[in-house]
Design a protein around this ligand. Structure first.
Ligand SMILES: NC(=O)c1ccc[n+]([C@@H]2O[C@H](COP(=O)([O-])OP(=O)(O)OC[C@H]3O[C@@H](n4cnc5c(N)ncnc54)[C@H](OP(=O)(O)O)[C@@H]3O)[C@@H](O)[C@H]2O)c1
Length: 259
């Protein structure tokens, strides 16, 4: 049976972290959500969380680095909920480290998921987004605006995402599709939490103290919560957010010092 609700939102990398928070928030706001990541188990837990609060969700486990996976995700969303109104390109994992130790494979892998995954999903979903007057939100990162020695791959991928966003916003003018990008700063995800535990142990301080020190060293006002990024996504794709178009939004507690 095909379920058709008012809005259907695809969120990639939705099994944990920022993506999961975005899926939970959009479902809370009434969207039928389609979650994608590789781990079936983690996806099932996220779907369960959404359904327990009365939200609508379905999940498909795919490796979005594979060329045909994004089209399969779009097909799954249409087959399950009948339409695609929102695409959130969030999945990303790029290797950090000394530039001279990073291989061609590391670079290709970083681009395969975050950049080409987003390009391919946007292309596959576009006819549906055009029909629905829908929205694309790309989740990039501050490293694309303020590059650093240990983040050559991630910074390059995020900068490419920004250019892709601007170009697709131009296409979206013609086709009635809204396209924007958010650059999160440091967000308190599971990954960040692990870094904090290590930091706290190294310095012999509490986790809270380690977080305050981290924020002070990074010259930011605070560490973000995934739900804060999710709230901005919900606003942008909601009825009051349509003025955002081709916007590249730093949500980074002051991390980006340049104009
Ligand atoms: N957290 C931050 O502080 C921060 C800051 C700036 C930007 N960002 C960006 O925000 C996005 C989300 O970050 P996060 O910290 O929430 O990430 P995360 O906790 O590491 O989660 C990544 C998500 O992507 C999925 N994923 C990874 N590889 C995949 C693949 N090959 N195919 C499909 N799904 C895949 C993961 O699930 P599986 O492993 O099961 O596939 C997971 O759901 C990323 O693009 C990241 O670069 C994050």
């Amino acid at each position: 049976m095909q379920v058709v609700s008012e809005k259907t939102a695809i969120v990639t990398g939705a099994s944990q972290g920022i993506g999961r928070a975005i899926a939970v928030r959009l479902a809370r706001d009434g969207a039928s959500t389609v979650l994608c990541a590789r781990s079936r188990e983690a996806l099932d837990a996220a779907v369960q969380e959404i359904r327990q609060t009365g939200g609508k969700a379905a999940a498909i486990a795919l490796d979005l680095r594979l060329p045909d996976a994004p089209a399969r995700l779009a097909e799954f969303a249409v087959a399950t909920f009948g339409r695609i109104n929102v695409v959130v390109n969030n999945a990303g994992a790029t290797k950090r480290g000394d530039f001279f130790e990073l291989t061609d494979e590391d670079w290709a892998d970083g681009f395969a998921l975050k950049f080409f995954g987003a390009v391919r999903l946007t292309r596959a979903a576009w006819p549906h987004l055009k029909a629905a007057g829908g929205s694309v939100v790309n989740i990039a990162g501050v490293g694309g605006r303020t590059p650093g020695a240990d983040f050559t791959i991630g910074g390059s991928v995020n900068a490419a995402m920004a250019t892709f966003t601007k170009a697709m916003a131009d296409v979206g003018l013609r086709d009635g599709v809204q396209v924007n990008l958010i650059n999160p700063g440091s967000i308190r995800t599971e990954r960040f939490q692990k870094r904090l535990v290590t930091l706290a142990m190294e310095k012999g301080v509490s986790i809270d103290a380690a977080e305050r020190q981290f924020a002070a060293d990074a010259r930011v006002t605070k560490i973000g919560d995934p739900s804060e990024i999710a709230a901005l996504v919900a606003f942008i794709v909601g009825p009051e957010g349509r003025l955002f178009h081709g916007s590249l939004i730093d949500m980074d507690a002051g991390a980006t010092k340049t104009v």
